[in-house]
Design a protein around this ligand. Structure first.
Ligand code: ZN
Length: 187
């Protein structure tokens, strides 16, 4: 159990080091060549800044949230270093890679409301960052595909509501901002 602030900070930095190493060969979508690790860092930052989330398991889970889904990271590695609660949270927010992309997206909508409170917070912060990236680091997608992505994100977040009003409001504001920016690209 993490009891002191020093222990929490040690674990946070250990998680950052671990995730940065695991994601070292990945970039975010788009032509800006943003290192992948910036994404989990930003998810954790959104949780603290806009969700007032200070729970160490949630923040460490946020830093590690894409390691199992997107890198060669085993469950054992996470559980040994960060404990079972963190592993369970990471697994809860990871897609089932045996499904095709469309089914994974549908599963996210269908399972959202049955997630734990920690996973709900983490997933909303993840969606905030992914939606914002549609205009901040735009992927090489058509405008309609970007708009569809925003719509799908809203459908997922609808099932995640009810645990963190401030974070939910921040998501709504981010969606409104991104929609305005995307609308400007229409001609
Ligand atoms: Zn993510």
């Amino acid at each position: 159990m993490l009891t002191t602030k020093t222990e929490v900070l040690e674990q946070v930095f250990k998680a950052l080091d671990f995730a940065a190493d695991k994601h070292k060969k990945q970039k975010r979508k788009g032509k800006n060549e943003i290192p992948f690790i910036n994404h989990p860092i930003m998810v954790a930052q959104v949780l603290v800044e806009h969700g007032a989330v200070h729970d160490p398991v949630t923040l460490i889970g946020a830093i590690l949230h894409d390691t199992i889904e997107d890198t060669a990271t085993s469950r054992e590695e996470i559980v040994e270093r960060f404990g079972k609660e963190v592993l369970d949270l990471v697994l809860e927010v990871s897609d089932d890679k045996s499904l095709c992309k469309a089914d994974r997206k549908e599963q996210q909508v269908l399972t959202a409301s049955s997630k734990s409170d920690r996973a709900k917070n983490l997933k909303i912060a993840d969606k905030v960052c992914n939606v914002l990236d549609m205009v901040r680091y735009p992927p090489d997608w058509s405008l309609s595909r970007k708009l569809e992505y925003v719509e799908w994100s809203e459908a997922v977040v609808d099932g995640l509501r009810g645990v963190n009003a401030a974070l939910e409001q921040h998501f709504d504001e981010t969606v409104a901002y991104v929609r305005r920016r995307l609308e400007l690209q229409k001609d």
